[in-house]
Design a protein around this ligand. Structure first.
Ligand code: ATP
Ligand code: MG
Length: 345
């Protein structure tokens, strides 16, 4: 296994929406199509990261399996020999390396993490230590496999930079122990990630659709009953302009529906727009969007149901068997560096 590693994690706290599908799941599958062959792709479930935000403990294990099923239903090829899927907690080196790295990470630098400050809010005394130091676990996730590329949203850039800082600090002290991941700029250029796609909330189209939203009508989740999904589209917030135009400023609701229609039916946005431009019957338009959502969900869900736990588990367990020794080699290097294990020749 000497191919450069692209590493990406999928949290499984909530049921994904069509926004997650179009913005994250589908691009990940494109990435597999584009890079497998020349690169090793590590797609892992960061299950240990789950506890940094509220989680349903009873559902976590099942959600982790389901999450991978969503990817397979969306077209991920799990038989691809360059693709590994694994659960973080099944490869103990993640936790072990985290502890060592924790001791080479400063409270000051972690306190400056924007995401921690935002999530902890005023209450930083009573949030968990896990929320505070999860970027160190993330650094271990990356460094164990010598990953060069880590596709993340801009909200994670700072954590990626911390992973680089920790690796460089450790290497400066102990020699070349870790592969330092590429700087974020190099990564985003290489991966050509279009992070611009934002599917809007159905009830407030000025905001993005979010899987953790309490407003069930604002989102279509991938396992929504298709009839319920149709109702949500029919009830989606639009405007009183009276005719259809692709215009994010003046008609965000209509425009968002035009976008959903194009993306889910796999048609060009311009073609969809010219079909509906200037039409006045919002009801007919919504019916067309609702049908495309229904067709998408019916097709997706039938694929989802055809994937068994056994299929997923077989690939997971194989990948975990293959990758644990690789992670252990890196862990051993770090353990030797800090004096926990005798140095080899
Ligand atoms: P939460 O409400 O818990 O933040 P979320 O729906 O925003 O959930 P995340 O877990 O934050 O989902 O993000 C998972 C991935 O889905 C990220 O790559 C993110 O960019 C993408 N994503 C999330 N929401 C949308 C959206 N509305 N449109 C396109 N992509 C999205
Ligand atoms: Mg989010």
């Amino acid at each position: 296994m000497t191919k450069p590693v692209i590493l990406t994690g999928i949290r499984s706290n909530e049921e994904p929406t069509i926004g997650n599908y179009l913005g994250a799941i589908a691009p990940m599958i494109d990435m597999q199509r584009k890079f497998a062959g020349d690169y090793q792709i590590n797609m892992f479930v960061p299950d240990l990261h789950s506890f940094t935000t509220p989680v349903d403990y009873n559902a976590l294990y099942r959600n982790s399996l389901n999450n991978l099923k969503y990817f397979v239903a969306a077209g991920l090829d799990i038989d691809n020999p360059d693709t590994y899927i694994y659960r973080q907690s099944y490869i103990p080196a993640h936790s072990e390396l985290t502890w060592i790295l924790d001791c080479f990470t400063y409270v000051g630098e972690m306190s400056r993490m924007t995401q921690f400050k935002e999530k902890a809010g005023e209450n930083s005394e009573s949030v968990s230590v896990g929320l505070f130091n999860y970027p160190v676990l993330m650094a271990a996730d990356i460094l164990l496999y010598g990953a060069k590329y880590v596709p993340v949203g801009d909200d994670q850039f700072q954590h990626l930079e911390i992973a680089r800082d920790i690796a460089i600090r450790f290497n400066n002290k102990f020699g070349d122990i870790f592969v330092v991941p590429e700087p974020t700029k190099v990564q985003t250029d290489f991966l050509k990630r279009d992070s611009g796609l934002r599917i809007r909330s159905l009830t407030d189209p000025t905001k993005k659709m979010s899987k953790s939203s309490d407003d069930n009508k604002s989102k279509i989740i991938l396992i929504d009953n298709p009839d319920e999904a149709v109702k949500k589209i029919m009830g989606a917030t639009t405007d009183s302009v009276g005719s259809i135009h692709f215009d994010w400023d003046k008609q965000p609701g209509i425009t968002s529906l035009l976008q959903i229609l194009a993306l889910l039916s796999g048609r060009d946005q311009t073609e969809v727009n010219s079909e509906w431009e200037n039409k006045e019957n919002y009801g007919d338009f919504k019916k067309a969007v609702a049908e495309s959502v229904r067709n998408f969900l019916v097709d997706f869900q039938s694929k989802f149901k055809s994937i068994t736990d056994e299929q997923i588990l077989a690939k997971l367990e194989q990948s975990e068997r293959d990758l644990a020794p690789i992670a252990n080699v890196t862990l051993l290097k770090a353990q030797q560096a800090v004096g926990l294990r005798p140095k080899g020749d």
